[in-house]
Design a binder for this molecule. Structure first.
Ligand code: TPP
Length: 700
């Protein structure tokens, strides 16, 4: 325990608040500052104690940092948390959520004390970890360590792009700063390495990370597993690196942030040395202050140390409260000054202003989809990744705020926006994002961009979607309309072999609530899939696209590709009740179509259903579902070159699945396909088997 040093600026433990205020010594900061810092600490402690769950230690250590940041730097308007030019704060160490909730409450956001008192309870605006869309002022959902800092890079990229796109030499309407508060855990996670490296490369000087260096993580001291030279690491990433030796020294914290704000070439990392559980006689500097309430007696002892009335709960001393609330008037003024600038700018730049309103209002420009092509029938066809490129480009032409790129697989993923520049330092208006081989980073960055209003997409091989899974999950939780271009979507990858051939990925993405996995069966379904992805403002969309050419179906012979909108549709039918239903997705629909023809020569009537998106199908009415998959027909076969588990949902116990139960193999794609049974004959055999099983049970 280093209480003698830690007590700096404080003494006395009188039970009377007014007396305490007077007794607080002011060495480097004022008594009011100390009172405010301790208000943040005690609110956080009390909420965790009341919930008997949560993480008090980090807010106790970080309170001075948060105080200086909000009090002396942050340009925000608590009465309009969505003011577009506000500074962003991302609490990447989401477990320290009470720090953020305390700041939002104290500075006047619509987050009443009663919500803090219901911390971690069902329906509270103060859930265990900060959640986007639940709490006003929370910029992104955090908790899975490392994701928040990656989001902050996406937000900083967005600011640079908006500034390049909208600011005019005489009128600048975009100039916000992005801060992220992060912890040892954030620093250890690989995603922070990827995101930091890219931020340094892009020279994002509008980004500052405040690193809570307290040498403690969940299991104990960080020395158990962590000895990175963080300063050197970030210098190696071309960051500006600053150090604050003592977080309680408010002036040092302020000086460091001021320094960061002056930087014009590099993002800044401020390593702030803090004490986890600061002020707790028995838990400071210990992991016991990390993940559980301090305990009733320890709370009292800690409050005594702060010079706080030990029995007071959720106490906000009047002086502290009114000081924090100054943020409200300050914020209103900041926003109204900005609005005047904006109005002058908008009067001169009506076209840009319409785009700005579109972005900020989540609206699409008139005619955004007018150039999407219709692909002519073609038996040889085109790979859906190629078709996807054409469709995406047709959209990008009329949707100026569609940005995207790939994790170094542009030529494979076909994600290039034609005629556009790359987003690079010195050329921040480019719309092609170059993530490098950083899938995890890409996922987190895309989320930060989408949360800032831009429409974004990112590509990699389907098999590497696993690397991005944490970010995909958060996009789904946050309901962000990110589009993922996952090409090479089956064992038809071929020669690269099992490491590059997705088997379980397509099905596993269907498991993720809110994620729309769409596996289009030809070029025209790809066009509708992209349309759905862009029209939607809530769902992330994972497009599963083929490497290999597949036929573009003749839609005069088969149903319209618009059927994709319903998730599944009758693609080719028969007179009367079918003997069997063949369900196909993506590149395997052609097997179902050809099997249908072969079965017809034997007098067996097969209906073909194209089922590119389970989630969309599940949203349809019972009548519609029955019209596609009539319950009277039990003989069914699903054909998909992926793990079969799950297809029972649609083929039932009498049905069969032509799927891929094991990892793939290296060889020419067509050979690999045949080797694992993806042939018309095999589908026909499965259809007959299913018919036999159904018949044996007295069903059709
Ligand atoms: C990706 C991920 N892995 C594990 C966890 C569980 N977890 C929460 S906090 C934490 C470590 C805490 O250490 P640190 O980041 O240093 O925070 P501090 O203890 O200083 O508050 C862990 C492992 C998590 N939230 N996210």
């Amino acid at each position: 325990m280093k209480h003698s040093a830690a007590r700096r600026g404080q003494k006395g433990n009188s039970k009377h608040m007014s007396a305490n205020v007077q007794q607080l010594e002011t060495t480097k900061s004022s008594a009011l500052d100390q009172l405010c810092v301790n208000t943040i600490r005690t609110l956080s402690i009390d909420a965790v104690q009341k919930a008997n769950s949560g993480h008090p230690g980090a807010p106790m250590g970080l309170a001075p940092v948060a105080y200086v940041l909000w009090d002396r730097f942050l340009r925000h308007n608590p009465t309009d948390p969505r003011w577009p030019n506000r500074d962003r704060v991302v609490l990447s160490a989401g477990h320290a959520s009470m720090l953020l909730y305390s700041m939002l409450h104290l500075t006047g956001y619509d987050l009443p004390l009663s919500e803090l008192q219901r911390f971690r309870q069902i329906g509270s605006k103060c859930p265990g970890h900060p959640e986007y869309n639940i709490t006003p002022g929370v910029e992104t959902t955090t908790g899975p360590l490392g994701q928040g800092v990656a989001n902050s890079v996406g937000m900083a990229i967005t600011e640079r792009w908006l500034a390049a796109h909208f600011n005019q030499s005489e009128d600048k309407i975009v100039d916000y700063h992005v801060y992220s508060i992060c912890s040892d855990g954030d620093m250890m996670e690989g995603i922070s390495h990827e995101a930091a490296a890219l931020a340094g490369h892009l020279k994002l000087s509008n980004l500052t990370w405040l690193y809570d260096s307290n040498h403690i993580s969940l299991d104990g001291p960080t020395t158990l597993s962590y000895s990175d030279d963080v300063e050197s690491r970030f210098k190696g990433y071309h960051w500006n690196v600053l150090t604050v030796e003592d977080a309680n020294d408010l002036e040092s914290v302020e000086a460091a942030i001021r320094e960061a704000r002056k930087e014009t070439e590099r993002p800044t990392l401020i390593v702030v040395h803090t004490h986890i559980g600061y002020g707790s006689p028995n838990k400071q500097d210990k992991n016991t202050s990390h993940g559980e309430a301090l305990g009733v007696e320890e709370v009292k002892a800690t409050k005594r140390f702060y010079g706080w009335p030990e029995d007071a709960q959720f106490l906000i001393p009047e002086d502290a409260g009114s000081h924090f609330r100054k943020a409200v008037e300050r914020g209103k003024k900041l926003q109204s000054d900005w609005k005047a600038k904006y109005d002058a700018w908008a009067a001169k730049n009506s076209g840009l202003a319409a785009q700005w309103d579109g972005i900020m209002g989540g609206k699409l420009p008139e005619g955004w989809d007018k150039d999407i092509p219709v692909f002519p029938a073609d038996t040889k066809g085109v790979a859906t990744r190629e078709a996807g490129n054409k469709v995406m480009n047709a959209i990008a032409k009329n949707l100026p705020w569609l940005l995207g790129g790939s994790a170094d697989l542009e030529t494979s993923n076909k994600t290039k926006i034609d005629g556009e520049k790359s987003f690079e330092s010195g050329s921040y208006g480019g719309r092609i994002l170059r993530f490098g081989v950083r899938e995890m980073g890409m996922g987190g960055i895309l989320n930060g961009m989408a949360a800032s209003g831009l429409r974004v997409f990112g590509g990699t091989f389907m098999v590497f979607s696993d690397y991005m899974r944490g970010a995909l999950r958060l996009a789904s939780i946050m309901e962000l309309p990110v589009t993922y271009v996952f090409t090479h979507d089956s064992i038809a990858v071929g020669e690269d072999g099992p490491t590059h051939e997705p088997v379980e990925q397509v099905m596993s993405l269907r498991l993720m609530p809110f994620m729309r996995l769409i596996r289009p069966a030809d070029a025209n379904e790809t066009a509708v899939a992209w349309k759905m992805a862009i029209e939607g403002t809530k769902h992330p969309t994972a497009l599963a696209l083929t490497r290999q050419a597949i036929p573009t179906f003749d839609r005069t012979k088969y149903a319209s590709a618009e059927g994709l909108r319903k998730g599944a549709y009758v693609f080719g039918d028969v007179e009367g009740t079918p003997d069997v239903i063949l369900i196909g997705t993506g590149s395997e629909l052609q097997l179902a179509v050809n099997a249908r023809e072969k079965l017809a020569t034997e007098g067996i009537k097969a209906r073909v259903v194209s089922m590119p998106c389970w989630d969309l199908f599940e949203e349809q009415s019972a009548e519609y579902k029955e019209s596609v998959l009539p319950s009277a027909v039990r003989a069914r076969v699903a054909v998909e070159a992926g793990i079969p588990i799950g297809w029972e949902r649609y083929v039932g116990l009498e049905g069969k699945v032509v799927g891929q139960k094991q990892f793939g193999a290296s060889g020419p794609a067509s050979e690999v396909f045949k080797h694992f049974g993806f042939t018309v004959d095999n589908v026909v055999d499965h259809a007959k088997e299913s018919i036999a099983v159904a018949k044996s049970l007295g069903k059709r």
